[in-house]
Structure formats: C-alpha cells, structure tokens
Design a protein. Structure first.
Length: 366
C-alpha cells in the first residue's frame, strides 16, 4: 500500500489483514503524522521515499511491486479495511487467481458520516489483485488501471467475494486529504479520455458523495454514453445507479422514472436495474406493478452480492406499498424482516414504527 498521513485508519486497515497475508509492505511518501510508526508496530515493512509534486499513483504501485516478495500482489488503501465476514474466504479467493488474470475486490464506500452502515454504501468492484510479475503494470497518475504488457490491454478479471470497507469519500476525510484538487485532476483526465466509461463513472461517484447531484448526473450520463458499446462493463452499471440516485435525491422524479425504464433495457440481467424500475412504478403510484416487480426480484437468485444488498430494500418497499394500501399488519411483517436484514437503517425503523402504531401490534420499533 501507498500512504501519506493515514494515521487515523491505518491500524484498523493493517489489523484486518493480520494473519492472512505473507507480507505487509507500506510505501510512505512523506507522512508528517504517526503513519510510519503505526505501520512498523503492526508488523509492516515500511519503505520511506518522499514524493513531492503531483502524485502518480500508477508509478507508486509499480514501485511497490518492485520491492515486494511473493507471487501475488494485493492492494489496499489506508482508509480501507477488510470486512470481518471476508476473513474466512480471503485466502481461498486470492489463491484461486487464474494464470494471466487479475481480480476485483468489492469496495463498499460509506457516504454518510453519521451512519457508517454496511447497507448504506456505494459498491465498486475494483481491480486490486494480480500476479507479481513484470507482465502486469499500473498506468495513469490517478484512478489507476492495470495493464497486461503481453496484450497491451487490461487482463481478464475474476470477481471475488472479498469485501473492503472504505471511508475516504466521506466529506470530512475528503477535505482533510485535500482531495478537491484530485477531483479536478480526475475531471481533466476523464475529459481527455471520452471513451473511458470508468473515468466518467468515478468522477460522477465523487460528486454524488459530495451531494452535488446535478454534476453527478451529468458525469454519469457521460459514462453511460461512453459505455454504450460495452454494457457488460461494471462501470456502466455503477454509472446507471449513480444517475438514478442523483435524480432521486434532487427530486427529478419524472427523469428518474424514464432512466429506470431505460436501465432495464440496458441491463436486462441486473437485479439493481429491475429494483429501480419497481421503485419508479411505486413513485408513479403504480402499486400493483411495483409489487409484482419486487416479488419477482425477491424470488430470483441472481448475483449473490447484488441480492444481499437488495434484500432489505425489497422488504422495505413491500412494506411501504402495504402502508399506502392501509394494510398495516402486512406492512409490519415486511418491515420487520427488512429491519432484521438492516438493523441500523433509520428509514426502515421509521416506517415500521408507523405500521406498528397503525396496527396496534407490539414490536421493536415501539
């Protein structure tokens, strides 16, 4: 990993990997806080090499790889940590890396500093694992990309079930690390690469985190346009979700309904796209249509990660539909299930309290 002034989260990051990796290598680029000492105390090998001027993350990762031992490189940032539930599968997943492939990890970024709730995260599947070989090189100064030097393109990716949590996009952390300048750098880079969907998607995501919904929608649309030829690109699906969230948060409901319908056409196999279409029906007052869509989605196996994120939301909206229809007991049943899946989600709790009050039934919300 590459760090600079990451003392706030570095111990948690390294502790989450303890006993799972053969070596922890920390490249410190000039920290003024306790980062190097924390890393050494946690058993990491620290390389000190101050980096002045515009930072090049691609070059930094290549430098780290040149210092590392072992067969496989795994990259993690100082403001990330391995989810506890991923410890059991971590070695098995990583050791299953196929020759010539790289691997993505599921990075769950928190967006609300007052609610560090796993269910309320923006999920990105990011390339973080590859064979430790000169064949694989990192390019781009920011929002790095891995290249296979034998083919000149990106290697095929395996999607792992390993989950990381990330706090670096919270407004406070973003400000403390002076990332506003990095956002401008990312916008310039995306403008220079109009055909790269992931560049536009990443900028859209950062604007969404900072609640600049108009800008988030604009950049998400650019990502969708750039990815028209490759709808299987995960960045395009993330951009679709960012666009819908930006439209919903800014109250542009008619645009939300149109884009939700377009999303099903773009991504017919995506549970998230079908969920968004059902929510569009709900917001448009088409309760029967919304309920049919949600119930069909609940019975579809689909992508396990996708389903784990959607399950509580499905029950939440089935409960809201029942509330609108005046069926408080059915609403309480769905909302209680949603609360079991997302026990710290305030909206589920509020609607469950309403359902219980209307039904006269006792329950946890009381």
């Amino acid at each position: 990993m590459t760090v600079r002034d990451e003392a706030a989260g570095l111990e948690r990051c390294l502790a989450s990997l303890a006993g799972l990796v053969d070596e922890m290598l920390v490249y410190d680029t000039g920290s003024e806080d306790e980062s190097p000492r924390i890393a050494e105390r946690m058993g990491a090998r620290v390389i000190h090499r101050r980096w002045d001027g515009p930072f090049d993350f691609g070059a930094a990762r290549n430098f780290v790889c040149a210092q590392a031992a072992g067969d496989i490189a795994i990259f993690i940032d100082g403001d990330e940590w391995l989810a506890e539930e991923s410890r059991a599968c971590f070695r098995r997943e990583i050791e299953g890396l196929r020759p010539g492939h790289a691997m993505t990890l599921a990075v769950h970024s928190f967006t609300d500093p007052d609610r560090l709730i796993p269910e309320l995260t923006v999920v990105s599947h990011m390339a973080r694992v590859h064979w430790l070989s000169p064949r694989f090189r990192w390019v781009r100064p920011v929002h790095t990309q891995i290249i296979d030097s034998q083919t000149g393109g990106t290697p095929p990716f395996q999607r792992s079930g390993v989950k990381l949590f990330h706090t670096g996009y919270l407004a406070e952390a973003w400000s403390e690390k002076r990332k506003a300048g990095r956002l401008a750098q990312l916008e310039q880079l995306a403008a220079e690469e109009p055909s790269q969907a992931h560049s536009h998607q990443f900028v859209a995501q950062l604007h969404l985190v900072e609640r600049r919904f108009d800008q988030a929608a604009q950049w998400a649309r650019r990502a969708l346009e750039a990815g028209l030829a490759d709808p299987g690109n995960h960045a395009v699906l993330i951009a679709q979700n960012i666009l819908l969230e930006a439209l919903l948060q800014s109250g542009r409901l008619e645009e939300f309904r149109r884009e939700a319908a377009a999303g099903v056409a773009r991504f017919p196999g995506s549970g998230e796209a079908r969920f968004n279409a059902a929510i569009a029906s709900f917001l448009g007052g088409k309760l029967d249509e919304a309920e049919r869509g949600l119930r069909a989605l609940a019975q579809t196996p689909g992508d396990t990660l996708d389903q784990s994120i959607l399950s509580w939301k499905i029950d939440h909206y089935l409960g809201r539909i029942a509330l609108v229809r005046g069926d408080a007991r059915r609403a309480a049943t769905h909302l209680s299930k949603g609360l079991e899946l997302a026990p710290r989600e305030p909206e589920v709790l509020v609607h469950l309290a309403e359902a219980l009050a209307l039904s006269g039934e006792p329950g946890p919300a009381r």
